[in-house]
Write a protein that binds this ligand. Structure first.
Ligand code: NAG
Ligand code: NAG
Ligand code: NAG
Length: 340
């Protein structure tokens, strides 16, 4: 009798544990998944193949208009693919208050194929060469930690899940017809602002190993574009680009600078100027706006007819309507999400 009672108790306990586990799974990303995805959790969603990845390694949760435009434009260019935005400032259990004033955050969550996830670096780096580096490092003593941790996270995310990583200052204009690629910002010079690989590609694994071997956060870009360029030299014989065609390199492509950097960084202000005729960017897949150069804080102003205003209007119309202000600093668009 006592034995049966014990057994019954055990079974009840197990059931309760299972139930509680289900509950924590559901609440792990409560507000960022549509109802039918609740059961699956991020892993299931991301494991389905080519995702588009954006990262925010600061604690900021409300995206700037440019970040919102980058994510929205990607969601439009890749309507069949999940666009995953990982944010450090989101904790696993966080829920936004119902009266939240996070306009851009709400705007992005409302897009069908956009998913906002917490960025948990420790979990992300598990099973990669970056794990031991990450667990030993004192983040607050590192220079450029926001950049360094972003460089590491993008390598690990694309290595694990496969897909395309993009900086939050790239406006997508047409789909990238490549699965495995790096993008040049100049001849013989790779960026790490956008790249794509199928899951578990050995190039990225070697990048992560090299990241740890040559780690030095005092040199800006040493774990970023400099690392990519260093590894690219190991994997292929680089030449200067001639006409607008890409290089084939082992089993990936090295894309011509026109694909993402048609306006090079010394000219970044051109985006904020009025052009006689807007360029067609016919050889580009996306436009990198060089936001880190923008220390003078140039913004998109409604009615200014600058190149960037016209790009927003065309490639991220919701962001334009909801977040872009007129010259007096007033939001002239409707505040609600409205219809498309
Ligand atoms: C949101 O609601 C909470 C609780 O009702 C309140 O304390 C807070 O001030 C509100 N915030 C805004 C921005 O209205
Ligand atoms: C990490 O670095 C900070 C800043 O240099 C220092 O104040 C802190 O004591 C360090 N923490 C550990 C655990 O070493
Ligand atoms: C790409 O090439 C490398 C080196 O030749 C090889 O080890 C790797 O398996 C290849 N990966 C894919 C996905 O084809």
């Amino acid at each position: 009798m006592l034995k049966e009672l014990q057994l019954l108790l055990l079974v009840t306990l197990l059931l309760l544990c299972g139930f509680l586990y289900q509950l924590t799974l559901k609440s792990s990303c409560y507000f960022c998944l549509p109802p039918d995805e609740f059961q699956q959790g991020p892993e299931a969603l991301l494991g389905k193949g080519r995702i588009i990845v954006f990262l925010e390694t600061s604690e900021r949760v409300e995206p700037s208009p440019l970040v919102s435009c980058a994510v929205e434009s990607a969601a439009r260019v890749y309507p069949e693919q999940p666009v995953a935005f990982f944010m450090k400032g989101l904790s696993d259990s966080m829920q936004l208050p119902p009266n939240s004033t996070y306009t851009a955050f709400s705007l992005l969550s409302a897009i069908d194929n956009v998913f906002l996830f917490p960025l948990n670096m420790k979990r992300l780096f598990e099973d990669t060469p970056l794990f031991s580096w990450y667990t030993q490092i004192n983040a607050s003593a590192q220079r450029n930690w926001l950049y360094v941790s972003s460089d590491a996270s993008r390598l690990a995310t694309i290595w694990k899940y496969g897909g395309i990583y993009m900086d939050t200052d790239i406006i997508s204009i047409r789909p990238i017809p490549e699965e495995n690629f790096l993008a040049a910002q100049a001849s013989r010079d790779s960026s790490n602002g956008v790249f794509g690989f199928l899951p578990h590609h050995s190039f990225l694994w070697e990048c992560m190993e090299n990241f740890v071997e040559h780690y030095n956060s005092d040199i800006w870009g040493n774990q970023g574009p400099i690392l990519m360029t260093r590894m690219l030299r190991v994997w292929c014989k680089l030449k200067n680009f001639q006409e607008v065609s890409d290089f084939r390199c082992s089993n990936f492509s090295f894309l011509h600078p026109q694909r993402f950097y048609p306006i090079s960084y010394p000219q970044w202000r051109r985006y904020y100027e009025v052009w006689d005729t807007d360029p067609s960017f016919k050889d580009s897949y996306g436009l990198h706006l060089w936001n880190y150069m923008n220390r003078e804080g140039r913004t998109v102003v409604r009615g200014s007819n600058t190149l960037v205003e016209n790009l927003y209007r065309k490639h991220c119309p919701r962001t334009y309507r909801v977040l872009i202000q007129g010259p007096e600093g007033l939001v002239t668009g409707e505040l609600g999400l409205g219809n498309e």
